[in-house]
Design a binder for this molecule. Structure first.
Ligand code: FAD
Length: 447
């Protein structure tokens, strides 16, 4: 019998923590997890899942407005934010229950309270209980980074957006990353007046410029206003309850201001210094490729390590950690060819190198593209065009990256990502017969 209360104590029951707990337990470890908010973590409770449901809800606006050309008459259509919000939140409750069941079914003990590290093998719960463990896994995720400006308390982050009492008539979104673009798309589709403020010229940094430019043209045509190279300096609440954002020389009125200027690792007050762990400049926990910190008994996975902040990556890291430490199967996560999407309207998705990255690494890069009007749009007033771009190393014909914007882009890209990960060539794509009529066929018809 070990001298510790548990073999593994996990702080945070999110994407990485839950997976690690389940796998470690299946390898025979005695596991406990502490969760200070709700089991499931950011993705399930206030990230990917409820966000995607809001996207689905908002997409009916476009479908309904185009339905007339397909012969449908829909009288008296209207939208009720509270119905969508409550439906989404009810499903989040259901998922939270399922995640709790997963822990129980895998004999993982859960403590629904905050935990902090008190040494290499010990944690303390908010209730005061001290627990020892042979290993500790830090899987505490991230938290919205809010700017230090007067009046920031009147603004919301993505945490609060799922619970708004009313749909804002005028929404100001601060930030140009994927979370900003996704919520801008949702509320624009639902009929809110949306303005996006970004401090630089570039939105969606890190994504392929070609598809980002197309998205930004479409977003503007759909009525989203952009203020680039602009900074929010302060926010004032006015007598009628509306908000006034000062951009220095210009003010904007809004009913809500959503700050989406990035996320920071959730390490404040976590006590990692008691185990000799020095945090990185952003507050992240530095780890090696096996997710081990500088303290041999403490590991970290997911957003808190500030590597790739995506749910499937946190899950893989949690799984690899558990296999390595408890399954006698040392495993590392591969970080190349991770597909990702922006659930904007239309959505954007990409895998592998962007054109800019490829040109830095390869001397001869060729970009193939298809710029097309999706068939679905032909009967509708929507003249938006999809754009697919394939980045190819001319010397080997190998596909280095694929980037697309258009309806269903994430669904199509996930499949294309297998081919890119497998190292297939442009000739392999060309040799594949098209599936007609589809949007995905554009991938084998690129020139
Ligand atoms: P989390 O899932 O954040 O879990 C950490 C958990 O630890 C939380 O439940 C937290 O309450 C708990 N915790 C923190 N500190 C303590 C403590 N001291 N004691 C006890 N518990 C603690 N990713 C995608 O792949 N696709 C998407 O479409 C996508 N959309 C997103 C949309 C939004 C609005 C946001 C905010 C994120 C989105 N993400 C998306 C990112 C994704 O949610 C994260 O990458 C993922 O949840 C990270 O998992 P994690 O295990 O590292 O942490």
């Amino acid at each position: 019998m070990s001298d510790f209360d548990y073999d593994l104590f996990i702080i945070g029951a999110g994407s990485g923590g839950v997976r690690a707990s389940r796998i470690a337990s299946s390898h025979g470890a005695r596991v406990a997890v502490a969760e200070e908010y709700r089991v499931g973590g950011t993705c399930v409770i206030r990230g990917c899942v409820p966000k995607k449901m809001l996207v689905y809800g908002s997409m009916f606006a476009e479908e309904l407005s185009h339905a007339g050309n397909y012969g449908w008459t829909i009288e008296g259509k209207s939208f009720d934010w509270k119905v969508l919000r409550d439906f989404v939140n009810a499903d989040v409750d259901r998922l939270e229950g399922l995640y709790g069941k997963t822990l129980e079914n895998n004999r993982v003990e859960k403590y629904l309270e905050r935990a902090t590290v008190t040494g290499p093998n010990s944690v303390k719960l908010a209730s005061g209980k001290e627990i020892t463990a042979k290993y500790i896994l830090v899987a505490v995720g991230g938290w919205p980074a809010m700017p230090d400006i007067p009046g920031v308390e009147h603004c919301i982050s993505s945490n609060e957006v799922f619970h708004l009492e009313e749909q804002p008539k005028r929404l100001l979104v601060v930030g140009g990353g994927y979370i900003a673009m996704e919520f801008a798309g949702v509320f624009n589709a639902l009929g809110s007046e949306v303005t996006v403020i970004n401090r630089s010229e570039t939105i969606l940094r890190g994504y392929d410029r070609g598809v980002v430019e197309r998205l930004s043209e479409i977003a503007q045509a759909r009525g989203i206003q952009f203020k680039l190279n602009a900074n929010i300096r302060s926010v004032t609440k006015q007598a009628d309850g509306s908000l006034l954002a000062d951009l220095g020389g210009e003010t904007i009125e809004a009913d809500q201001i959503l700050i989406a200027t990035g996320r920071k690792p959730n390490t404040a007050g976590l006590g990692l210094e008691t185990a000799g762990i020095k945090l990185g400049v952003k507050g992240e926990v530095p780890v090696d490729q096996y997710n081990r910190t500088s303290c041999p008994s403490i590991y970290a996975v997911g957003d808190v390590t500030d590597r790739v902040q995506l749910t499937p990556v946190a899950i893989r890291e949690g799984h690899a950690f558990a296999d390595t430490v408890f399954g006698n199967k040392p495993r590392i996560v591969e970080y190349d060819h991770i597909p990702s999407a922006v659930f904007s309207q239309p959505p954007l998705a990409g895998v592998g190198l962007t054109e800019e990255q490829a040109r830095r690494e390869y001397p001869n890069v060729k970009v193939y593209k298809s710029d097309f009007r999706p068939m679905k749009n032909l009967f509708s007033p929507n003249a938006e065009r999809g754009l697919y771009r394939m980045i190819v190393d001319e010397d080997t014909n190998k596909v280095l990256g694929i980037h697309m914007v258009g309806p269903e882009a994430p669904e199509i890209l996930q499949v294309a990502a297998i081919a890119v990960k497998a190292g297939l060539t442009k000739a392999d794509f060309d040799a594949t017969v098209a599936l007609h009529p589809s949007m995905a066929e554009e991938l084998v018809l690129l020139n």
